[in-house]
Every structure is written in structure tokens, then in C-alpha cells.
Ligand binder design. Sequence first.
Ligand SMILES: C[S@@+](CC[C@H](N)C(=O)[O-])C[C@H]1O[C@@H](n2cnc3c(N)ncnc32)[C@H](O)[C@@H]1O
Ligand code: SF4
Length: 349
Amino acid sequence: MEEAEITRRRNILSPLLGKSLPELTEWVQEQGQPAYRGKQLYQWLYQKGARSLSEITVFPKQWRENLQDQPIGRSTIAHRSIAPDETRKYLLRLHDSELIETVGIPTAKRLTVCVSSQVGCPMSCDFCATGKGGFTRNLQAHEIVDQVMTVAEDFQQRVSHVVFMGMGEPLLNLEEVIKAVKSLNQDIGIGQRNLTVSTVGIPKTIPKLAAEKLQITLAISLHASNQVLREQLIPSGGGYPLLQLIADCRDYVEKTHRRISFEYILLAGVNDTPNHAQELAQLLRGFQTHVNLIPYNPISEVDYQRPDKNRIEAFQTALQDANIAVSIRYSRGLEADAACGQLRAKQNS
Ligand SMILES: C[S@@+](CC[C@H](N)C(=O)[O-])C[C@H]1O[C@@H](n2cnc3c(N)ncnc32)[C@H](O)[C@@H]1O
Ligand code: SF4
């Protein structure tokens, strides 16, 4: 078969989910169908959540039969666990049988989905279950959008917020993450300000993200107040000095006019002393920002401890005294191993 023909077939057989309305219109026209079928396909994919083309009864029967092999790009739920606080953790099976985890977090007025951006993660952060499990592959944009649709269907509720805080490092998969952000905004209707991308920091990617001028929230997983400690917790930190990371963040704020928030995991006796708080305040001086303190969620591979409540509050007060906006974020779903850093894509509950 000629290369052009192979490419044409690959395009035709690429999953439909994640494609925009103009792309779907082009796709139906390539199939010899009138342009209005593109709008129908768009509605069935994103609003009715069709899982196969055979469900789309407005399409001519013969055409549907011809399209049997066309993938839509939906995953299946391999397992679901529900924590006492109503947080739901899903183990999703992808088209190639790889498994990822996604979390749905309901609160009074919101439904937040914590999505994965990779199968596993290559960053090997010392405190994170995903990092301990190694890396398999990047997710494609439609596989990220699918996670949000799956949770919305399961809760039978509109998703209001999405956080890229599941498995994987989003900025290692920047192109697909940007495509997914745009699709979640334009096709699913979630405001960009309600989309949060969390990153440990990958050299040269923050300026690229800034150039997109998106209105998303960027969260930086800092976790340490000095370079030595950061490299101890985040091995990749050696290749991206803290001062360069902070400088890139300042440029990002200037270009996008969006505030950045910093995540700081609290590990007893490791990074939670008053000196660490002062050092952190110094590092972030003059920065219009918000710090989220995340008390450590236990994983079996390492023996870090969560600091006690007094210690956590003392750290918070020290930052507040330095005029830094700060909150303590107790993760939801701890009892179902669905909390930040506990995702490992195994059926363990
Ligand atoms: C799992 S990561 C995924 C997003 C991205 N890779 C990152 O590191 O920001 C999401 C958040 O969970 C935090 N996290 C990882 N392991 C944790 C643990 N054991 N306890 C609490 N938070 C943890 C990370 O530091 C990060 O702020
Ligand atoms: S904390 Fe984030 S970057 Fe680090 S290993 Fe876990 S998922 Fe990867």
C-alpha cells in the first residue's frame, strides 16, 4: 500500500472524540456525506455521549454498517470504588488495554474531575505512587476528554472543574494536553478558569504554555524551599534549577495575567520546619500567588509521615505572617486510595 494511502486510512481511523466541529465536518465530507452530518456527529459524541457509531440512529443504516471499524475513542470502566466522602475512583481501560485512574470529586456546588495525562509517570518523585510505578505512554487528547465524559455520565451530572492532577506529568505531554484543554472548553463547555494544570516543572515548557495565552490555572508542584531538598524529593529537579523555575513562572504571570499557585506537600521532619516556611516565603517574595499546603497522603513504598495538625497550622501561619496567601488542602478520597499521589492504576479496592 502506498504511503499516502496508509496516512489517509490512519486519519480516517483516528478516534473521533477530541475532534472539533470543523474537523468532524471535514471527516464526514471525506466519507462522501453532506456537511450537516458533521454537526449531528458532534452532538451525538459530546452531548449524547455515543460510544459507537451504530448508536447514531440519524445516520443512514448502510453508512453506519460501513463504519463498523471506526473507533470513537471511549474507554471502559474496569473498576470503580467509592470513598465514604462520595469521591469515586475509576480504573479505566483504554483501547490498547492500558489502565489509567481518574477521580470524581463531588461537593455541594461542584463536580471536579481529576484526570490523568499519561499512563504512569517517568518523573519518579519520591513521595508519589504513580512515580514509583514507571511510565508507559502519553495519553492522547481524546483519552483525556473521555475521562471527563465518563465521570459526568457516572454521576449523571455536569462536570464544573477539571484538575490535571491524576497520573502523569502534563507538561511532558504538552501538545495533547493543550488540545484536551481546548476541547474541554469548546466541546464540553467547561470554563478555562475552571481547568487547572498541575506540573512539577519541565524545562522550556512553561514559556510554550504562556504563548498559548490560555486562561487556565497553572499550579506548580514546588514541595521544597531550596535546591538541595527539591532534588532529594524530585529527582528531575536537578535539570531545572528552582531559581529558573521561579523566573519562568514570573514571566508566565506577566504574559498571561493569570496568577500561579504553588503546591507544597508537607512531610514530617523533611520540609515542614519554621525555617523551611521562612525560606519558602523568601523564594516567593513579591510574587502575587497562592500556596496550597498538601499534607502527605501515605503510600506503601516509602515511610514519610504526615506532620501533626499543630505543625501544619504553624507552617501556614508562618507564610501568612510573610503576607503569602495560603490554604491547607486535605485531599478527598483517602479511604479509597483516590487522593493526590495515591494513583497507581491497579485494582486495589
Ligand atoms: C500526582 S501529581 C500529577 C500532576 C503533576 N505530575 C504534578 O506533580 O504536579 C498531582 C499532585 O499530587 C501531589 N502528590 C503526589 N504524591 C502525593 C502524596 N503522596 N501525598 C500528597 N500529595 C501528593 C503532587 O505533588 C502534585 O501536587
Ligand atoms: S508527583 Fe507528579 S510528576 Fe511526580 S511522579 Fe507523581 S505524577 Fe509524576
